[in-house]
Design a protein around this ligand. Structure first.
Ligand code: GDP
Length: 432
């Protein structure tokens, strides 16, 4: 899906405008400096077209001057976007900060839609027209608060966004898309260096393959892999300056674009909530998962025993994901990591035939029928794998199933068919 980044200085009403675009009525979010949000991108649609909105409203400020910060914010957001919605405040007019963003926008060459916000009534229209002076084309007078002008704005946004998706489906069968993610300092860039250092050949222009400049194509044992957003990993130092927010945005986008995600965890230190959150993000995005416990060279017997207990306690819910104990420093098990990637991809792409699936469902329901609820016995009538990547099953039943029973079916599906390294989904469609 194409990506729209919403940029502008604080208090111009970005978040409120994002709410408008998303058609959300409930939340009226102010641009509060210092407010971070877990989610930074949202699915939106207008006139049947879908796109992703990246809300930069939760950006955290640091010590730098405001104009410089905002320009930097815009730069990062724009890099990730197909088009930009630039929001200015018509009641204030253009400021130095706005001008700073304009420079960045011009340089980027990305399509820009200009929204002059807070035009709550007609009398402010001339103010909005004054925004022509930014040289970004027609200013769309809107009121995020009242919804004024938002239809025209959305039409302009659709026009600015590319029709085709950014990651074309034709990439199926192309290089496996892998994202390396993890907290800062767990060894992502060291691992990437180890991997790219090992490649036999630098693949530059593979037939029919578009290469995002932030990606790297790497050939390992005759197979080509596309490592996603390696620029984000390598530019670590630059982005470390107070840009937790952008780190999380990049991570989210890398997961979105990947087929397989490697979550790197520092084995020499305790597993943290942040590690677990990343694992959960991958699972929720429905991507294949490999866990790499890095810095193994720094662990002694005692630490390893303790790690084992931590894994048992905290990472049990991801026991389906293959894990590899590696050292990006010495190169230990980096080969095995590639095998784990392949295994996870295979699990993710698995298709179970309808015949096989129903034979299996017949066996497990005969041995363990669904419990009787209010005198009724829900039965699974028929099942089919609706999708792969990740494997998704639809069960047609005579009535609703207990959540525990659905989990039981999921467990048995894994026992029967493996599904190494992939989340699986089971959807119940009860006949009424
Ligand atoms: P990133 O922030 O996740 O990209 O982490 P880096 O790759 O920059 O690594 C952070 C620090 O950990 C650096 O000082 C690396 O040299 C060190 N490091 C990374 N991997 C290993 C490893 O396997 N063993 C040891 N001993 N140090 C490592």
């Amino acid at each position: 899906k194409p990506v729209l980044a919403v940029v502008g200085r604080p208090n111009v009403g970005k978040s409120q405008l994002v709410n408008r675009i998303l058609g959300r009525r409930e939340a009226v979010v102010q641009d509060l400096p210092g407010v971070t949000r877990d989610r930074v991108s949202y699915d939106a649609s207008w006139n049947g077209r879908e796109f992703v909105v990246v809300d930069t409203g939760g950006w955290v400020s640091d010590a730098k001057g405001m104009a410089a910060q905002i320009a930097e914010q815009a730069e990062l957001a724009i890099g990730a976007a197909d088009a930009v919605l630039f929001v200015v405040d018509a009641t204030v007019g253009t400021t130095d900060e706005d001008e700073a963003v304009v420079k960045v926008l011009r340089r980027s060459g990305k399509p820009v839609v200009l929204a002059a916000n807070k035009v709550d009534d007609q009398r402010l229209e001339p103010e909005a027209a004054g925004m022509w002076n930014l040289g970004l084309g027609e200013p769309f007078a809107v009121s995020a608060l009242h919804g004024r002008g938002s239809g025209d704005l959305l039409d302009a946004i659709l026009e600015a966004l590319p029709e085709a998706p950014r990651e074309p489906e034709e990439e199926i069968g192309g290089p496996t898309r892998v994202a390396i993610i993890g907290k800062p300092n767990v060894g992502k860039s060291s691992l990437l260096n180890k991997i790219t250092g090992r490649q036999r050949a630098v693949v530059s222009d593979l037939a029919g393959t578009t290469v995002d400049p932030v990606d790297e194509l790497v050939e390992l044992d005759g197979e080509v892999y596309r490592f996603i957003d390696t620029a984000g990993i390598r530019r670590r130092v630059k982005e470390a300056s107070g840009h937790e927010y952008y780190a999380s945005l990049r991570t989210q986008q890398a997961i979105e674009r990947a087929q397989v995600c490697i979550v790197v965890i520092d084995a020499s230190e305790s597993i943290t909530d942040q590690d677990l959150k990343l694992l959960t993000m991958v699972e929720e995005a429905g991507k294949a998962l490999v866990v790499a416990y890095n810095k193994w060279d720094l662990t002694d017997d005692e630490r390893r025993r303790y790690l084992e207990r931590e894994v048992e306690r905290d990472v049990q819910a991801f026991a389906w994901a293959p894990h590899v104990n590696i050292s990006a420093l010495t190169g230990r098990n980096v080969d095995r990591l590639r095998k784990a990637i392949d295994a996870a991809l295979e699990g993710w792409e698995t298709r179970v035939s309808t015949g096989q699936l129903n034979a299996f469902l017949g066996r497990i329901t005969a041995a363990h029928p669904h419990p009787v609820r209010s005198g009724k016995q829900a039965r699974i009538l028929f099942g089919t794998q609706a999708q792969n990547c990740p494997p998704t099953f639809a069960l047609f039943t005579s009535g609703p199933l207990d959540p525990q029973y659905v989990r039981f079916v999921e467990r048995r599906l894994r026992e029967e068919f493996g599904f190494v390294g992939t989340p699986i989904h089971v959807e119940v469609r009860a006949r009424q």
